[in-house]
Design a protein around this ligand. Structure first.
Ligand SMILES: CC(=O)N[C@@H]([C@@H](O)[C@H](O)[C@H](O)CO)[C@@H](O)CC(=O)C(=O)O
Length: 303
């Protein structure tokens, strides 16, 4: 299989709400257009940054549909379909296939502590539900399940598994997955703070929750890495990390901060769904400063 369409900067897509906090078709499409014009390779729809665990099945379907209506055939579209029950995950996977998504992906099951065999069964049932390629999503810091190399080896025996989105913090995990799966497989870097190191140690591509608020910087980081310009790659990662630290420094949720910055860029996609907290009070006055950090970094690497 030609995996080139999965290589590049793939922002994790945000939940787009109207003023009442309902999923908004027009705002979802507005964010699609914004990111398309920035030149990203694809979108990861309905994942952690998409607040998927706070959405009903119908809301998740709606977001998948609006994004496909806007960008199918234009960008690589990956549907995250992980849900509390296997049943709902399968429903979402089948729906993503109907909509023409390029691939599906899922976190392991959450809430209860699951054995490796239960997780294997869960992911395999999702894979069996469609003819689509599957991307494993390893994010132990939120799910409590850390993908072992043994389970990984068992999973990649299934030819539907074309990649792993690895959000665990040790970059060595990326190196081990890549060394185990080989060339005809995509390892996606998950931690945005380690994009450059992830790519150098073996990641082929990246999916990240902060890409959409500064796509220019990640596109530039990728340009430096692919050109072998590691001095500049390191510098831009440093600037990106200063921005991520600032984005995470306010009292509300990271996604709420990101959405406030996007609003100042003219992209209105509402706030976040509780229990995620919106930005309020004095923190709102800090948004312009964070936007300036991003704008200055973009200017610095432009010319
Ligand atoms: C633990 C976590 O949330 N990791 C994020 C990162 O992109 C993260 O937001 C970023 O590195 C800032 O810490 C992604 O890996 C998640 C992601 O891409 C998604 O929305 O599914």
């Amino acid at each position: 299989m030609n995996l080139e369409k999965y290589k590049g900067i793939i922002p994790a897509f945000y939940a787009c709400y109207d003023e009442l906090g309902e999923i908004s078709e027009s705002r979802t499409k507005e964010l699609c257009n914004y990111l398309y014009k920035k030149g990203v390779k694809g979108l990861y729809v309905g994942g952690s940054s998409g607040e998927c665990i706070y959405h009903s099945l119908e809301e998740r379907k709606a977001t998948l549909k609006y994004v496909a209506q806007q960008l199918k055939g234009k960008l690589t579209l990956i549907a995250h379909v992980g849900a509390p029950s296997t049943r709902d995950s399968v429903i979402l996977a089948k729906y993503a296939e109907e909509l023409g998504y390029d691939a599906v992906s899922a976190i392991p099951p959450i809430y209860f502590k699951f054995s490796e065999s239960s997780v294997y069964k869960y992911w395999t049932e999702i894979m069996d539900a469609t003819t689509m390629p599957f991307i494993i999503y390893n994010i132990p810091q939120t799910t409590g399940f850390d993908l072992s190399l043994n389970l990984f080896k068992k999973l990649i025996e299934n030819e539907k598994v074309i990649g792993v989105k690895n959000s665990s913090m040790p970059v060595m995990d990326i190196e081990r997955f890549k060394a185990t799966a080989g060339d005809n497989f995509i390892v996606f870097n998950g931690p945005d703070e380690q994009y450059v190191s992830g790519r150098i140690i073996g990641a082929d591509s990246g999916i990240g929750g902060t890409y959409a608020v500064m796509p220019e910087l990640f596109l530039m980081a990728e340009k430096f890495v692919s050109a072998g310009d590691f001095a500049n790659a390191r510098k831009i990662q440093h600037d990106i990390n200063d921005i991520i630290v600032a984005l995470c420094s306010l009292n509300g949720s990271l996604y709420s901060t990101i959405k406030e910055v996007l609003k100042q860029n003219g992209v209105h996609i509402g706030s976040v769904r509780a229990p995620l907290e919106p930005i309020s009070g004095d923190d709102l006055n800090k948004i312009a400063g964070i936007k300036a950090l991003i704008d200055n970094a973009i200017q610095k690497y432009k010319g």
